[in-house]
Design a protein around this ligand. Structure first.
Ligand SMILES: Nc1ncnc2c1ncn2[C@@H]1O[C@H](COP(=O)(O)OP(=O)(O)OP(=O)(O)O)[C@@H](O)[C@H]1O
Length: 338
């Protein structure tokens, strides 16, 4: 398809621990299109950030295999200077922790100015200043002329995150990766930042990868969703399909653990256990099997594949066909007994 911006094939990102390499991203294939928000969702430790850092070429010590195709170039193990050039120009990244993404010793305006200068050294100083002020306006900073000369510590968390966004979009990137951009912010500020990211998609037509563990954010923002568990994509679909017809037991467990106002669930599902540590990830069979022990072994595939169950809707492992929540059985029993 010609609206594909990034084509990722069999991406494998491994970290060395003692004498061995362990894959935190294990055989991930997906496309990112122009003008879409692709959400990557999963619990802590599922490999979301390792995936994002691989795209941006930000890992210093990882072993990366596979393909990240961008405009005819494979970015895996691409030249460091080329990656530096791409970052901040064609690719922007918004990090979770705005404070650590900013230089505490520089006024924020100068930091955005520097981001522009690095990629467009021919633009005059006065024009850059105008551009910075425009950017500050664009990200909703109320008094840009004043804020230009403020240091990060003088701004609130929400304002700092806006500065980080202004830097990320300063050169109108075609791809924007937002890694938990609102986790550190309170709810009102969170929705303002999300509105801003949505606006950026509409105005810049960028492809956006939004990394989050928050399904509320996903529901509000995403066009498509990839659910990641233990380094693998376990389900991928457009947002409506994923919300209306989730299939993988992990996706269903994540969705079922959200309290809703409309439906008061007497027995909210709690996903058992945690994502195993990198060294202890099961590398054969269904990686989610140990967290749904009530599902019989024969329901799982020996080598779980992604199955396309409807157009663009992929689910890993056959266990989705036999999956149920233990709470459902209990509720049905109670219903019959009453
Ligand atoms: N540099 C590293 N060296 C060794 N292990 C790492 C490294 N970076 C990440 N890991 C491990 O890789 C796995 C995936 O981590 P990652 O940070 O990508 O998860 P995540 O889904 O982004 O989680 P979070 O939401 O907490 O950021 C984890 O087990 C983590 O401990």
């Amino acid at each position: 398809m010609n609206d594909v911006l990034l084509e990722i094939k069999n991406l494998k990102t491994s970290f060395r621990i003692k004498d061995d390499y362990y894959a935190a991203v294990d055989d991930v294939s997906l496309n990112v299109r122009k003008n879409e928000v692709l959400a990557i969702v999963g619990e802590s430790g599922s490999g979301k950030s390792a995936f994002a850092f691989s795209i941006m070429g930000l890992h210093t010590r990882a072993e990366i295999k596979g393909e990240i195709n961008y405009k005819g170039n494979n970015l895996v193990n691409a030249n460091a200077n080329y990656m530096k050039q791409l970052r901040g120009s064609e690719m922007g990244m918004i990090f979770q922790d705005a404070l650590s993404a900013l230089n505490p010793l520089m006024v924020v305006g100068a930091q955005i100015d520097e981001a522009i200068f690095l990629h467009n050294p021919k633009i005059s100083k006065s024009l850059r200043k105008k551009q910075v002020i425009n950017l500050l306006n664009q990200v909703g900073i109320p008094r840009p002329e004043k804020t230009y000369y403020q240091y990060p510590h003088e701004l609130s968390g929400g304002m700092r995150q806006r500065i980080v966004i202004a830097m990320a979009i300063s050169n109108q990137p075609e791809l924007l990766i937002a890694d938990e951009p609102t986790t550190a912010l309170d709810v009102t500020i969170q929705s303002q930042i999300l509105d801003l990211i949505r606006e950026l998609k509409d105005t810049m037509h960028a492809g956006i990868i939004l990394i989050t563990h928050d399904l509320g954010v996903v529901a509000e923002m995403a066009d498509r969703v990839a659910v990641m568990y233990a380094g693998q994509i376990v389900e991928i679909a457009d947002i409506y399909t994923l919300m209306e017809n989730p299939q993988h037991p992990y996706t269903r467990s994540l969705l079922n653990s959200i309290p809703t106002l409309a439906e008061v669930k007497s027995d909210l599902h709690v996903i058992q256990g945690v994502v195993p540590s990198l060294q202890n990830l099961p590398r054969t069979g269904c990686r989610f099997a140990s967290r749904i022990p009530w599902i019989k072994d024969s329901a799982h595939e020996a080598s779980p594949e992604l199955h396309e169950i409807s157009h663009g809707h992929f689910v890993r492992c056959t266990c989705y066909k036999d999956f149920y929540f233990p709470e459902q059985v209990k509720e049905e029993r109670n219903y019959v007994a009453n």
